[in-house]
Design a protein. Sequence first.
Length: 361
Amino acid sequence: MIIHMAAGATPDQTQRVIDRITRDYGLRCETIVSDTTVIGVKGIAGIIDEGRISELPGVESVIRITEKYKDASRTFHPEDTVVRAGRVAIGGDNLTVFGGPCAIESEQQALESARISRDAGVDILRAFPDKSRTSPYDYRGLELSRGLEIASAMKAETGLPIVSELIDLRHLDAFLNAGVDIIQIGARSAQYSPLLEELSRLDVPVILKHGFGNDMNEWLSAAAYIMSGIDREGRSARYGNRNVILCYRGIKAFEASTRFAADISMIPLVRSKSHLPLIADPSHSSGDRKLVERVAYGFIAAGAHGIEFDIHSNPAEALCDGKQAVLGGEAKRIIDNMRRIHSLLDGLGVETGSVGRVAAK
Ligand code: PEP
Ligand code: MN
């Protein structure tokens, strides 16, 4: 449920509405202040008597949200959300580039790949000690504590925030202690609710991919698991984690010549349905470095807030996904051109995102 306060509503009137909802129904509110005030009710708002709320002074309208992914929905939160990782902002009118090797293979490979990624202009470095692979015979990473040590060294060497994929809940503390700035939830764990619920207890930023066969509703509902902090009784027992970044990575379709099928229309569609930052992955979707550059441009032109892509110091020798990784020089050209495309959109008057103020209550 969202409650629009009237243009002249006073702070006291807004507070009275919030008090009523928190006291009478035990739910939490999130307030967005722009020209007018909008109050979003967290939790299952079905228990609220709509009539009683709409009669309170200063209330303009009360709207029920029917989407199953309420917290991730733009109806609930009209302004773009901007997520921060250190000095880097993701979402709104920012263009943010995530890049680096698919996996940490050795200290030398990881540090070389980290340096070329930094020099190419990435904002956030991929440092993946753990890999979720389809086959157990494929490379799945070094022993975890060694992999995390190298991930920390990649961060120290470049001064960039790092993103690492978390597969196993038991490793969460070790990831955070190693200085991982952003947790990635990959396609293979994208609907694993215990993992998503655990992340709702923290405020660490999370990149959420979607499963190979997930539709938009399933993807945004997974985001709502992280964001709502909702318990089984429908009460919002805690605030939840709002720092979710969506990453589109394509789905399985009948075309076998590309690795996955990336539907470009998902970019403006998801941007219109959700306020969350949306990036896209041209490496894991196309699966081929010859395709990555133009697919990356396509995603940015379609309105993505950035991309995440594979950069490797020696793709020919990579233990994981070398075929889709680009070298430093190509990465730099792609990043420079994406930045040009992003400002060109601005110059053409095509919306690239808005920034809003959000206050928690
Ligand atoms: C990855 O980003 O390294 C990855 C494995 O991607 P996905 O989860 O989308 O397959
Ligand atoms: Mn990969």
